[in-house]
Design a protein around this ligand. Structure first.
Ligand code: TRP
Length: 331
């Protein structure tokens, strides 16, 4: 069975774009593969969070992914820092990671430019930590977005380098897991294309947003003055609203507004009302689960402990074997 692994940055709340993008696919993947999903809290230290923020963010992310459908019985769901074996593998990999190649990584160059007073070694060696995340379970596949392709390529380089150096075929070379047609792109509400937390206030609908917040955001969505000719092509911002309608509303509702648009009788206010109400219906049960889970300290702690135990079992085996290969042997 394929071993699939993905890391989740503990920053920000899940929005509909995340949900219909990666998360829904994770939920599906866990049925057919041996999945490892972890919260990348070691990685987040590069930005020097306060202890309270760090802990709070990790908990919120865990809660929201559980609420969205990750199943701790099916997948191994864990917090990265609960698995110190990852840090040990990171150390080993760093011994064969070269300054030149690390400095050439696009994300590093970008971060170094944006935060010149915090260009720390963790930032530089982000790719070796990510490789350790992946290789610690000898993963075969990693679902990654465009922005992570170069990191995954580095993981392949480090895996090959280790295998070559010790003349073993120990680490599988991790491949990108391609969602293909399953990846639905969700536009934001500001007309600019993608739903994202950094795109500006009101662009994203979060799973924890209450009805009032959703109504307010949707009613503020950008539109034009309306079609002036029959069957006119839709400008992007209007197409975006229809794309959103398609994921949360019924086909009949989509058809209705499409006809109205084509006949130039559409009232965007009505479309937005429908969209907001359908988003509320869609997100409400998830939101309720988030609130319930966040209040259930005992359950969250059980999930984290169970995940850590399963992840450490797999990680400890790899570290044992890697130590043996490297030559750290017991006397
Ligand atoms: N770098 C990833 C991101 O920014 C998160 C991540 C950390 C990750 N370790 C990973 C993803 C290992 C996949 C595999 O989103």
């Amino acid at each position: 069975m394929n071993i699939v692994l993905s890391g989740i940055r503990p920053t920000g709340n899940l929005h509909l774009g995340n949900y219909f993008g990666a998360v829904k696919n994770f939920v599906k993947m866990q049925e057919e593969n041996q999945c490892f999903f972890f919260i990348a809290d070691y990685h987040s230290l590069t930005t020097h969070p306060t202890p309270a923020d760090l802990h709070g963010n990790v908990k919120q992310v865990l809660v929201e992914y559980l609420a969205a459908g990750l199943d701790p019985e099916k997948a191994t769901l864990y917090v990265q820092s609960d698995v110190p074996e990852i840090a040990e593998l990171y150390l080993f990999l760093n011994m064969n990671a070269y300054l030149g190649e690390l400095e050439r990584v696009t994300t590093f160059k970008e971060k170094a430019r944006k935060q010149p007073d915090n260009v720390n070694a963790g930032l530089l060696t982000y790719p070796s930590l990510m490789a350790a995340d992946i290789l610690i379970h000898r993963s075969h596949q990693v679902p990654v977005g465009k922005d992570q392709e170069q990191h995954l390529e580095m993981s392949r380089t480090f895996a090959r380098r280790f295998n070559r150096m010790y003349d073993v075929e120990y680490f599988p070379i991790p491949q990108a897991y391609n969602f293909g047609a399953d990846l639905v792109k969700i536009p934001g509400l500001d007309g600019s294309g993608k739903m994202g937390k950094s795109e500006g206030e009101g662009n994203a609908i979060f799973l924890i947003d209450d009805a009032k917040t959703i109504r307010k955001k949707v009613m503020k969505a950008v539109t034009d003055t309306g079609p002036t000719a029959l069957n006119q092509a839709k400008p992007d911002m209007i197409e975006n609203l229809f794309s959103l309608l398609k994921v949360v509303s019924t086909p009949e509702a989509v058809q209705y507004f499409d006809d109205q648009y084509n006949q130039c009788t559409i009232r965007y206010g009505d479309l937005k009302k429908q969209l907001a109400e359908d988003m509320i219906v869609f997100t409400e049960p998830i939101r309720q689960r988030i609130l319930d889970l966040a209040a259930d300290e005992a359950y969250i702690s059980k999930v984290a402990r169970m995940g850590a135990e399963k992840a450490r079992e797999s990680a400890a085996k790899t570290i044992r074997e890697v130590r043996e290969i490297i030559g750290f042997r017991h006397f």
